[in-house]
Design a protein around this ligand. Structure first.
Ligand code: NAD
Length: 347
């Protein structure tokens, strides 16, 4: 199935509206999920819709929530997402961070108890569009324990994305958006739905043996995802758990809270104009980009991409050619549409 984003978005919006969201929130969630597909992160796109709807029905994510400020000063805010949709809560958290950063040059926003924040790259992009650099550390407290610690075979950590955005004059922002584990869990689900193998050196079975079979990951006892780069990725994941879990107050990965998927996020926003005069920062970034890209290429005619460039290219291609949705995901979307009461032709 290939669909243009313009057709997919209203369909997903209609599902969330029928499931109980107000029109604005339904459109917001749909827009961010379809955007994840557009930039090439299908693991965080519309494949999530059935799960989000099930969470909504079960009261594990709540419609119409707003952030609650737990404590704040000029540059810091500790906020509670009150289990609202991450697409709503993430936007509100970033707006608060951008406002504080504009006044004080820096802002630290510690967000706890947010619904799934989706593609974390959305949040540095929002900050970069407002002219701010930003760094984001994310964990999943409770459900979402997926990753084995370095040297271990059992799941102990969450997927722990780290994201950063750098606004660059005259071009799209640099956007780093990586999980500290080798593969986002959603990508294992995509492989399962497509009936294909996962890449090498990404997952292990319950005995710690490497496997390419996505079914092994969901077996009983389950497999686990490996951290990126061995002990280094494990160290970054540990840092994410501490910053996004312990410091925000949402908690680190904890099986006692495994009844719902909840994201915590520590965001640090920086206004470069408080640190460097206007042209100096932009000039140095531009010089550095040129220097990095000037390296000899591994393959003749090959390319060196900046973080975020591949998503930009994929977005241009998928906006033009449409978004491919595998048959399993499509039938799950149609099923959930009917479950929430959309009629057969609408679905
Ligand atoms: P990934 O491995 O696809 O890496 C993406 C990053 O690598 C991007 O910054 C991209 O621009 C860069 N990149 C990719 N190819 C490149 C190339 N050839 N040259 C230079 N840079 C390149 O991403 P991932 O770790 O699989 O994560 C996928 C998504 O899952 C992310 O959007 C992440 O935020 C999301 N995620 C969310 C949660 C959550 O709890 N909400 C948890 C885990 C992951």
């Amino acid at each position: 199935m290939n669909l243009s984003h313009d057709r997919l978005r209203p369909f997903i919006t209609a599902i969330f509206q029928a499931a109980g969201c107000q029109p604005a929130e339904a459109a917001r969630v749909a827009t961010r999920l379809v955007e994840a597909n557009l930039v090439g992160h299908d693991s965080h796109g519309v494949i999530r819709v059935p799960t989000y709807v099930q969470w909504l029905k079960a009261g594990k994510v709540l419609a119409g929530q707003s952030i609650k400020v737990v404590s704040e000063n000029d540059a810091i805010a500790v906020i509670d997402g009150q289990f609202g949709f991450g697409q709503t809560i993430g936007e509100q958290a970033m707006r608060l961070g951008i406002e504080k950063c504009a006044k004080h040059g820096v802002a630290v926003i510690a967000l706890r108890n947010s619904g799934h924040l989706g593609r974390i790259g959305d949040w540095p992009l929002m900050a970069a569009e407002a002219g701010k650099l930003s760094l984001h550390f994310v964990n999943t407290s409770g459900a979402g324990i997926l990753v084995a610690p370095f040297g271990g075979t059992q799941r102990r950590l969450s997927a722990n994305p780290i994201a950063a955005g750098i606004p660059v004059q005259g071009r799209s922002p640099i956007l780093l958006d990586i999980s500290a584990c080798t593969l986002a869990e959603g990508k294992i689900r995509v492989a399962l739905n497509k009936g294909v193998q996962v890449p090498e050196n990404c997952i292990i079975d319950a005995q710690g043996r490497p496997t390419l079979d996505p079914k092994v990951f969901y077996a009983n006892p389950p497999g686990a995802i490996l951290p990126i780069a061995g002990h280094k990725g494990y160290g970054l994941a540990f840092l994410c758990e501490v910053l996004a879990g312990a410091l925000t107050g949402g908690g680190c990965s904890n099986p006692e809270h495994a009844d719902r998927v909840v994201n915590g996020m520590l965001s640090i926003l920086i206004d470069s104009s408080f640190f460097q005069s206007d042209p100096a920062f932009a000039t140095e970034i531009e010089r550095f980009i040129t220097w990095v890209k000037s390296s000899a290429k591994v393959t003749p005619g090959g390319d060196i991409l900046l973080p975020g460039e591949i998503e930009e290219r994929t977005k241009a291609q998928r906006t033009r050619d449409g978004i491919d949705i595998d048959a399993t995901t499509w039938s799950q979307l149609v099923d959930i549409a009917k479950t929430v009461g959309l009629s057969e032709p609408e679905a």
